[in-house]
Structure formats: C-alpha cells, structure tokens
Design a protein around this ligand. Sequence first.
Ligand SMILES: *Cc1c(COP(=O)(O)O)cnc(C)c1O
Length: 383
Amino acid sequence: MTESLRFETRCVHVGVDKDSAYDSAITPIYPSSTFGWSDLKTNKGYEYTRSGNPTRRALEENIAALEGGVDCKATATGMSAITTVLHMFKPGDHIIAGNDIYGGTYRLFEAVFAPLGIEISFINMQDAANVRKAVKPNTRCIWIETPSNPLLNLVDIEAVVEIARGCGALTVADNTFLSPYLQRPLELGVDVVIHSTTKYLNGHSDVVGGAIVSARKEQADKIGYLVNALGQGCSPFDAWLVLRGIKTLGPRMEAHQRNAAAIARMLDGHAAVERVYYPGLESHPHHALAKKQQKGFGAMVTFDVKGDRARAERVMTRLKLFRLAESLGGVESLVAYPDTMSHASMTEESRRAAGISERTVRVSVGIEHVDDLLADLRQALEA
Ligand SMILES: *Cc1c(COP(=O)(O)O)cnc(C)c1O
C-alpha cells in the first residue's frame, strides 16, 4: 500500500500501526529491553531490544518508505550509522571520498579506519573526472556527500554512480543536508543512504540519531547484521521522537527553504556581504545540477562578510534570533562559524584550500517568520 502513497502521506502514516492493544493513534514507545517467548520457538517477532524493537522498527519502516529503500536501520547517532557502513569493508579496501565531507566523517575515516588498514582518498568530487582518476583496482566504495558543508558544493550523483558501477564499488550517500523530501539518492542509483536524523528528519534539535537505508536486500541483510553485532541501534524513546518529527517533514522543508531563498537573495545584494553560497542562486557554480538532482535548494546558507575575522565575529554575536551554535536542521535558526566550530579539526591550511575563510559564516535557516529573520540579519550586518 505504501508505494502508492505520496511523500507527505507516508511521513504521517508509515509505521503507526504497532498498537494492537488499544489502537492508539500514534506509535507507542516500547522501552522494554526484552520480550517474552510463549514456548522455546515462539515469540511475537521481538526478543531483545539491541536486535529489534517495535518502536525502532516503526521508524525504520517509515524512513525506508521515504527514501524508497528495501529496508532501514535506525542507529544511535549519524556517526554510528557511518561507523556501521564502514564495517562492511576490510583492510586493503580502498574508499574514495570528497575532501569537503562532514568533519566527523573525515575524522572517522582518517583517525579510526585508516589505521585499521582501510585506504582512503580524499578528492575534489565536484568534478566527476577526478573520481574516475582516483579509482584503483581495490576501490570498494565511493562516499558521496552532497551538498557539502559549509560551502554547499554539489556532487553529480548519477555520474559518480556510473563510475562506481564500472568498477564494482558500492556507493553510499550522506543525505543529511537535504532529507528525502528534497533529494532521493536511491532513485539516482545509489546503493546505501545514510542520515544524521539529528538534523532535518527529526527537525526539533531534541535528539541525536542516525539511519542507514539500503536499495537492495543483500546490503540490507549485511547492515542489519552489523547493527546488531556492533550494538548500534537507537533507543526506543529516540526512535519515537524522530518518528514524531518526520510527520511534519514536508511542510517544514517547504518553510525552511522558502525562508532560506529569501535570506540568500537579501544577503546577495547586501553591501556588507562579499559572497553568498546557496545552490538556489543562479550565480552558484552548481545551480543547474541542483535543479536537476534535487527537488529544492535546501535551507543552509553560507556567506563571506566583507572585512576581517573581527567583523565576522561581530555579525555572529549581534544576531539575536540566530543562536550561535553547531548543528542544523531544527525549526530554530542557528549561526555557526566553520573556522572554529564545525571545521576546527581541519588544519588552517586545508580550511583555506577548501575555500573556508575567516570571514565565512554559515546559517541553518529555521521556520520562524521570514521578516523577523531578515531584520535580525540586517541589524547584525549594519550595526
Ligand atoms: C551531523 C552530521 C553527521 C553526524 O551525525 P551525528 O548525528 O552528529 O552523529 C554526519 N553527516 C552530516 C552531513 C551531518 O551534518
């Protein structure tokens, strides 16, 4: 039935029929660590919560339906989703990833999995030709993250999938920045999608969580085995919160990106702003690709202020509605400084090489009234 339902309807209805006791309108939280057996061979489908839990299962069915996958596993954090996927590879395997991927992913590759013998090449993936050049006989995975953080560069998903198919590598896409409402990598041929549900899927900045969605049963089985073996599953309460957040994903994303577009346009014409990075602007180098592979431009906006570091700091600390904080994707607007926050684990040299300057400011645009957000940004820029 769920295949015929439209996206917003799936958000609300998939995974909510778990209560046979009282027919509750929403999925109950089952905090039980263990479940009973009626004889030595029979239980009601769940035995122990690390291996499976009805509330977590409801969330997994929901996210699988949104991304169009055969199955999903909900994990404790976005990083635990990535950690699980990386356990599909063994020493000697080679992974290609972008040089502007999420800082935590970069650290996990570099500091944890590289010393275990996984070989990783960080390249500029904005040009698919670089991906083709980076392929080696032992390449087993191509890691896609698009749009990237904080400069919102895009990777051409279909072009990378074609290269991966040519060399038998698995493609994994981190779809955190857009959510399945705006981008569905599995429909473009990607094998596995991961999420930090902490961001748009939950959307209310009150949980950390992750998800892994597979296009095919073979990978889904392997990942399901690993999530249980490694103990990565999320708590029933966290699953319930994310499931609740997802119900409003469609309307939230519409409101987020409507506000973001207005803010990007205002900043683009502002005398105190040097440059704006937003895929919805025609001046963005990947605007055409964004129109092709995304269903919208998202709600992350990055800009360089004119002047120096002190000027950027003044703008950020003068903002009143945009809280100075890491993370993104919640209903409330946030402002972050990549140089000392999200990208602090990179060397200054690699930050500059990636185009992150000391004047670069990133905002996660929330769903407040756009006029209040515009006024707040203006007063901070003009003070
Ligand atoms: C936040 C984030 C992660 C990590 O997720 P956590 O829930 O913080 O563990 C991974 N990828 C991207 C793109 C993110 O924004």
